[in-house]
Design a protein around this ligand. Structure first.
Ligand SMILES: Cc1cc2nc3c(=O)[nH]c(=O)nc-3n(C[C@H](O)[C@H](O)[C@H](O)COP(=O)(O)OP(=O)(O)OC[C@H]3O[C@@H](n4cnc5c(N)ncnc54)[C@H](O)[C@@H]3O)c2cc1C
Length: 299
């Protein structure tokens, strides 16, 4: 298997037993059996076709800022997008970004070109691909408002274009995961704006994040989705869970919506704390919190 994968990329980009704790913002996770760094659409098509043919499990890693990988690791192939997938180009009010580029680099390109519309995304620590999967958003904005089109590779290894209306964007969700698409490139449609005003908005929103969120600790941002007409953090605090611990994992005292790794937590600590929080919130307010964080591997 490894030799075949090495034929499609190059030897140095196929690694074995890679600790996922080095690739997630929770800083937890055991070894991925294989990690392949893919640099172009043609490489990706070949690798996916091969993995499907052999029925080998795989998943796409973005910046690992919304996943919780098991301490036992992942018994399959992790695909990382690099090379061509990091490019960000601007044409008038349109930005085309590779799926592996950071959202921050797209926000910066927007600012540099006096384009407004992406300010809400400044400070979300994901890649462009991960943001489309999650319909990432904040401060009244989300990806559905700025995406004009998505290029992707299907499970059959075919490159396709997907129009925004086919992506079924919803609150922190899109059709990408269900369709098992691999996002390769995204077109953002923005509008001409005032550079100073765009900069000021980005700084203001970043300031709000720093004030309200425990950015000094490893986490995956909001652990749970916002329940209808309510806030996860508020319900968690009302359930008396502020500062609640399981091992090295803790409900942040700064923002109860965040579970943080503040003392060498394991993925199991975090997962057990998520279960405890869900149960207690259900007991006190009859609301079933839905995890926003995606679990990878066996728990
Ligand atoms: C401090 C902090 C603050 C955060 N604030 C916010 C916020 O304000 N708003 C918000 O929405 N989120 C927030 N998040 C969560 C997270 O940053 C977003 O969900 C982000 O979009 C995840 O992107 P990623 O590249 O890290 O994806 P990953 O976590 O690596 O992956 C998430 C999912 O997307 C899939 N995926 C990744 N790339 C691709 C691709 N190219 N094609 C197909 N599937 C892919 C993965 O397989 C996985 O299923 C925050 C996280 C942290 C740590």
């Amino acid at each position: 298997m490894l030799n075949n994968l090495r034929n499609y990329t190059d030897a140095s980009r196929v690694e074995e037993n890679v600790m996922m704790s080095g690739h997630t913002t929770f800083r937890v996770g055991g070894p991925a059996k294989v990690m392949v760094t893919v640099n172009s659409v043609s490489e990706l098509k070949n690798v996916v076709t091969y993995l499907r043919k052999c029925a080998l499990p795989y998943f796409i890693l973005g910046n690992g800022s919304n996943i919780l990988v098991s301490d036992k690791g992942y018994d399959g192939v992790v695909l990382r997008l690099s090379g061509d997938f990091l490019k960000v180009d601007t044409f008038g009010a349109v930005i085309m970004a590779g799926a592996g580029a950071s959202l921050g680099s797209v926000c910066k390109a927007a600012l540099d070109n006096s384009l407004t519309g992406m300010e809400f995304a400044y400070g979300i620590p994901g890649t462009v691909g991960g943001a489309i999967v999650m319909n990432a958003g904040a401060y009244d904005g989300d990806m559905s408002m700025v995406v004009d089109g998505v290029e992707a590779v299907t499970t059959e290894g075919e490159a396709i274009f997907v129009a925004p209306h086919s992506l079924a964007f919803g609150y922190r969700t899109s059709a990408v995961r269900k369709a098992e698409l691999i996002v390769t490139k995204v077109t953002f449609k923005l509008a001409k704006g005032d550079k100073d005003a765009i900069d000021a908005k980005m700084q203001e929103l970043m300031g709000r994040r720093k004030d309200k969120q425990p950015l000094e600790y490893p986490s995956a941002g909001s652990t749970f989705k916002r329940p209808k007409d309510n806030f996860a953090g508020k319900l968690i605090e009302e359930a008396g869970l502020k500062g609640q611990r399981v091992g090295g994992a803790c409900v942040s005292t700064k923002h109860c919506g965040f579970i943080i790794n503040d003392d060498n937590a394991t993925a199991k600590d975090i997962s057990d704390l998520m279960d405890l929080v869900r149960q207690k919130v259900y007991d006190t307010s009859n609301v079933k919190l839905e995890p926003e964080v995606i679990k990878i591997g066996k728990f």
